[in-house]
Write a protein that binds this ligand. Structure first.
Ligand SMILES: [Zn+2]
Ligand SMILES: [Zn+2]
Length: 352
């Protein structure tokens, strides 16, 4: 593999002609079947097509969505699949017609990998809802690998003040968290249910906006509650506890449907409950009384490029700091296990 990598660099020095790199391979963690661990595999490297770039992966954060893919909660992954959609790396090769990110540029590759650009959603600033959309690490190969391929139009420049590993969680935990926070409007008292990677980023934005954050964790998870308080939560407790004050809005990051009714009870009239995850267990039936008083429930689906541009411009100004735990690429299964068991503080990041 090192031989291949060396060869790749030499080719790049010579100008990176596509025709010279046939037979090149890279190391990746590959998902083939629900219930099976990812397998470290040497796979052929993809060539960049028109508009695409090849990125040498320097860091790829592990998202709960990856867990939903490998656990079979999300039903339509490409197979075999390289998961991972919070990728930071360096452009090493550019396909025909690319112009935004020349070789050497540091970019981030997010979940939204491609949209049609023509449908009603795409044309009304809601490309996150495009029916034809393709998603990195789900319907497109992602970043649990040494290299990743991306459409350059969906890549973001990464602010210089972040290291590769620190920046990686901004690309989904940060972006989806930001989109969720925007859905809460002017809410001052904000409940966050599930205090993982997204919550630890978005609490910093919320505090910057002078909001009060109330953090809910698994019952008895003192470590997570302490982590939330250190990041400025005015209150942290178990999801079996009621907040000391009624909330103006709630964001649910934990994939637990019962939290929807729980949060509806915690918010005041006119309050919004934002479901930020891509998958949730079933939401229990509830009395209309809980929704009455113009309370709203909504979900957040994917991201738009505009979300990314806005959030990545804002993050270094606050500045948002991420807490990351690095794992070598080969330990992707262990990182996923720790996420599943709630053993991480902040975000796990794979470093090839
Ligand atoms: Zn579309
Ligand atoms: Zn994600």
């Amino acid at each position: 593999m090192l031989v291949h990598r060396g060869r790749y660099r030499n080719i790049l020095k010579r100008g990176g002609l596509n025709t010279e790199r046939s037979g090149l391979e890279m190391r990746a963690m590959v998902f083939t079947e629900v219930g099976k661990a990812l397998r470290e595999t040497v796979v052929p490297m993809a060539k960049p097509g028109p508009g695409q770039v090849v990125v040498r992966v320097r860091a790829c954060a592990v998202c709960r969505t990856d867990l939903h893919v490998v656990d079979g909660d999300l039903k339509q992954p490409k197979l075999p699949l390289i998961p991972g959609h919070e990728i930071v790396g360096e452009v090493v090769e550019c396909g025909e017609g690319t112009e935004q990110h020349p070789p050497g540029t540091r970019v981030g590759i997010p979940w939204l990998g491609w949209t049609c650009g023509k449908c009603g959603f795409c044309q009304s600033g809601r490309e996150n809802l495009c029916d034809q959309a393709r998603f990195t690490g789900y319907t497109l190969d992602g970043g649990y690998a040494e290299y990743a391929l991306a459409d350059e139009r969906y890549c973001f420049r990464i602010p210089d003040t972040y290291s590769d590993a620190e920046a990686a969680p901004l690309l989904c935990a940060g972006l989806i968290g930001y989109r969720s926070l925007m859905k809460t409007g002017e809410a001052r008292r904000l409940g966050i249910y599930g205090f993982g990677a997204a919550a630890h980023v978005i609490i910093q934005v919320a505090r910057h906006q002078q909001r009060e954050v109330y953090a809910f964790t698994r019952a008895g998870d003192d470590a997570a509650q302490g982590f939330a308080r250190r990041l400025g939560a005015v209150w942290a407790g178990g999801s079996d506890q009621a907040p000391p004050e009624p909330l103006d809005a709630a964001i649910i990051f934990a994939p637990v449907g019962a939290l929807v009714t729980r949060a509806l009870r915690d918010v005041v009239k006119g309050g919004v409950v934002v479901c930020a995850g891509i998958h949730m267990s079933e939401v229990p039936a509830f009395s209309y009384e809980l929704l009455w008083g113009e309370r709203t429930i909504c979900s957040v689906a994917n991201l738009t490029r505009r979300d990314g541009e806005e959030f990545l411009a804002l993050a270094p100004k606050i500045p948002v700091r991420t807490t990351v735990q690095e794992f070598p690429l080969a330990l992707a299964n262990e990182a996923l296990r720790r996420l599943r068991e709630g053993e991480l503080q902040g975000a796990a990041v794979l470093v090839p």
